[in-house]
Design a binder for this molecule. Structure first.
Ligand code: SF4
Length: 94
């Protein structure tokens, strides 16, 4: 019997930026079997996006020091969050 798909994963897309990945394997330690390092390139990859538990996908992404793991849902980025620019004048030094 197969488990029902996790509804939290609907529309979820995980991308790993090869230019940001420094191959330090933090994601593979936090989410073993979910993220692995490619033998040839050293870049992390998601083993099986459909089978990967929701929590493990995000745990690996949060562990990444360079924020190379980018998670989108229905085309909108959900991790890492993009901080909006600050408007207005710079604070004045005393
Ligand atoms: S934690 Fe980030 S930098 Fe390290 S291997 Fe995973 S994706 Fe690459």
């Amino acid at each position: 019997m197969t488990a029902a798909p996790d509804p939290r994963k609907r529309g979820l897309v995980v991308k790993i930026d090869p230019n940001r990945c420094i191959a330090n394997a933090k994601c593979t330690v936090v989410a073993p079997g979910v993220y692995v390092l490619d033998d040839e390139t050293g870049v992390a990859e998601l083993v099986d996006e459909e089978a990967a538990p929701f929590e493990a996908i995000f745990a690996g992404a949060r562990a990444c020091p360079t924020q190379a793991i980018i998670i989108e849902q229905f085309g909108r980025r959900v991790f890492p969050q993009i901080l909006p620019p600050m408007w207005g004048d710079k604070p004045q030094a005393d």
